[in-house]
Ligand binder design. Structure first.
Ligand SMILES: [Zn+2]
Length: 564
């Protein structure tokens, strides 16, 4: 009998292993969530031939990954994206609707992590905290369940670190352009090591370095696209030089090069050591925001040699970091999650000129666009609103109608809103525009579908979202950056999602489509944490859930599809 049971167990274990469904049973000591700002999902595949076996490819092949991870909202910008990743909630709950927004109750046109009462150390005119984010994040739940867990975050951008860290983390640091080093604000307790981090990981370490191209010719893309913007203080082709410390471009140049990523990961290792992360059985969390990828992507676009070269370094630095975690925490004792806050569009001028068919692509200047709306309304209503404007805040994907224009003109807000929306969709490059009231009512207008209405609704936070919501056509962008993001098109929404390490099945592919909002409930499930109502769903990392079942779950449970 004993022989039979052990034989059955052996067969079952063998079967599971042969199908790759092995899971490390150890509980994780440290969860590291790494967000590569502006990383599109296709980069993993496109750059795979130039990646090593020990970085992204190791995490993908030895972890559980989702090739179909999409954001389900319109405002695909850095602030909302980083708020979604570890809260499991869209802007309709987090309140972080875009990078800068008007907050009606406080009459403040605010940066998403602005908090005047929490001065930044070394740059006291700025205040930073998660004040404007209305939901707790993973770190808050971990601290509640496991007394003694430590929650830290670091990024080159303050917004990435602050929004991933949640409401009551331990240490949160970011790069400050004024004090030229890592800092924090008075909202957080001051880390004992805040001085020594900038001695241990010095700002001036990269003076006069060169960023050389190294990808061999069969894989390397062209380096001379005329639509790119110049490297800080330099030009559009390799090598890119980091200047002297006195040069005004020094910080921007080194942070827009692989050296910026090295600097960030050296600082991350410093924090792991100082705060003894992963050293006991209480699970700790470290969120890392890799911002250099976004700086380089905006200048050179997703099809550039620079982005391709940068990801070789991302991969190498990640491989080194994995080795470091194996040594300091131990293999199978930590968990890594890889994702991004949004993707990016191609450079419109590049998209227009690639291939044989001319593509409808372009850019819209926001100021000229607002001016054209004002001219149109002045002519339509025969009322000149001087010196004011019909629009008080224009921040895609929404705009506020100026209350004083409504008062002075005597025309109802609904009539003005309908008139603006009708004007907007006749303009070049605009695909959709309607009043926020229509979207709130769930109205499906001609040219709209249910999914798109829901994506807009996921971005509506009362008091912060304006009166009209709108978006551009595919391959159209707002503003003058070479390439940017902020639409619901696949190039902006499709991002990587990889889980690896303790608690994660090995070598599995998650079935069906997933959402970065699923990261929070999936990690909660692994840690045995219960949570309040959110937008995401816990994922089956074994890859065994049938697509039909997952779709049924999506319909039944998911507010993105069906509103509760
Ligand atoms: Zn971003």
């Amino acid at each position: 009998m004993k022989f039979t049971i052990s034989l059955i167990i052996s067969i079952v274990l063998f079967s599971l292993q042969s199908f790759g469904f092995t899971t490390t049973s150890k509980r994780t000591k440290l969860i590291v969530v790494i967000s590569y700002d502006q990383m599109r999902a296709d980069y993993l595949e496109r750059f795979s031939p130039i990646f090593s076996q020990d970085g992204f490819r190791k995490l993908e092949s030895q972890g559980s990954s989702s090739p179909l991870c999409f954001y389900n909202h319109v405002s695909n910008m850095t602030c909302p994206g980083h708020a979604i990743i570890l809260t499991g909630c869209y802007p309709s709950k987090t309140g972080i609707i875009t990078n800068d927004f008007f907050d009606t109750p406080s009459s403040c046109f605010c940066y998403c992590v602005e908090d005047k009462k929490s001065p930044v150390i070394g740059n006291e005119k700025q205040g930073r905290s998660p004040l404007l984010m209305k939901t707790p994040a993973l770190g808050d739940y971990i601290k509640k369940k496991f007394k003694g867990s430590k929650i830290d975050a670091i990024a080159l951008k303050d917004r990435a670190a602050i929004l991933m860290a949640g409401q009551k983390p331990d240490n949160v640091v970011w790069f400050d352009w004024k004090s030229k080093g890592f800092t924090t604000s008075t909202y957080y307790k001051k880390p004992t090591w805040i001085q020594s981090i900038n001695q241990s990981v010095p700002f001036n370490a990269y003076v006069n370095q060169n960023w050389e191209a190294e990808i061999p010719s069969p894989f390397a893309v062209e380096d001379n696209s005329i639509y790119e913007q110049p490297f800080p203080g330099g030009d559009i082709t390799f090598p890119h030089s980091i200047p002297n410390i006195e040069d005004k471009n020094y910080a921007e140049a080194f942070l827009s090069s692989p050296y910026g990523i090295e600097y960030l990961f050296n600082a991350s290792k410093f924090i792991i050591e100082q705060d003894k992360l992963g050293k006991d059985n209480k699970p700790d969390l470290l969120a890392i925001g890799v911002s250099t990828t976004d700086f380089v992507g905006h200048l050179f676009g997703p099809d550039s040699r620079e982005v391709q070269e940068l990801y070789v370094h991302c991969d190498r630095i990640l491989a080194d970091f994995i080795k470091y975690l194996d040594t300091t925490i131990g293999p199978d004792s930590y968990t890594i999650v890889i994702t991004s806050d949004h993707g990016v569009s191609p450079i419109p001028e590049f998209a227009k000129n690639v291939g044989t068919m001319p593509l409808d692509a372009g850019r819209i200047d926001e100021n000229s666009f607002v001016e054209s709306i004002n001219t149109y309304l002045n002519n339509t209503f025969k009322k000149l609103i001087v010196p004011s404007s019909w629009i008080s805040v224009f921040e895609p994907p929404s705009l506020f109608i100026n209350d004083s224009a409504i008062y002075i003109s005597g025309i109802s807000k609904t009539e003005i809103a309908d008139s603006i929306a009708a004007f907007m969709i006749r303009q070049q490059g605009i695909s959709h525009a309607t009043s926020t009231d229509n979207l709130n009512a769930g109205m499906i207008l001609p040219g709209w579908d249910k999914d798109l209405v829901q994506k807009f609704r996921n971005d509506i936070f009362p008091g912060r979202t304006g009166d009209i919501m709108f978006m551009v056509k595919p391959y159209w962008i707002w503003g003058s950056k070479a390439a940017t993001h902020g639409t619901p098109y696949d190039y902006d929404t499709h991002v990587p999602l990889i889980f690896y390490g303790a608690g994660i099945p090995k070598n599995t592919v998650i079935k069906g489509s997933t959402d970065p909002a699923d990261i929070f409930p999936t990690l909660c499930k692994i840690l045995g944490i219960s949570y309040d109502y959110i937008h995401g769903n816990p994922l089956d990392l074994t890859g065994k859930t049938s697509k039909d079942q997952q779709y049924q779950d999506l319909i039944l449970k998911n507010p993105r599809i069906k509103n509760k």
